[in-house]
Design a protein. Structure first.
Length: 144
């Protein structure tokens, strides 16, 4: 094994370990998706974008399979699902506390640091409950 293939092997092992640690069986399809999702820049992906990426890497999976894998990744905390208006569903590779700008024209999300988008006052939380997360999405459109 030369240095280049060893390096590639190390990355594969890192993704196998990531899925194992999360409690997911590292199938070839899940490994291919994990590699695309967690390599390079953070992503806010849709099911269609993830499927297009899979096709580019010659991994043939149905839209339903991609959707199920993205939901599996979300269930174990590897992704954060973000539903916008019941019409758009994104999966965020950044699971840290942060908020979003939604560009209504381009239909894409941009991160906002949590400190820049906070509730002025937190509502009264019912007894026996605790605030677990705040999701703020600021919609932006063309300035006419
Ligand atoms: Zn984000």
């Amino acid at each position: 094994m030369n240095a280049r293939s060893k390096k590639r092997g190390d990355k594969r092992e890192a993704f196998v370990a990531l899925l194992h640690t999360a409690g997911l069986r590292p199938t070839q399809q899940r490994l291919a998706l994990a590699k695309w999702l967690f390599s390079g820049c953070p992503k806010h992906t849709t099911v269609a974008e993830a499927r297009a990426a899979a096709r580019k890497s010659h991994t043939h999976v149905s839209l339903a399979t991609i959707y199920n894998m993205l939901n599996d990744f979300s269930r174990v905390g590897l992704l954060r699902p973000i539903a916008i208006g019941g019409e758009h569903l994104f999966f965020d590779t950044n699971t840290d506390n942060h908020q979003h700008l939604f560009d209504e024209e381009k239909r894409c999300l941009t991160d906002i640091p949590a400190a820049l988008a906070r509730l002025a006052r937190e509502p009264r939380i019912p007894a026996g409950k605790r605030l677990t997360r705040v999701d703020i999405v600021l919609h932006v459109g063309v300035d006419k």
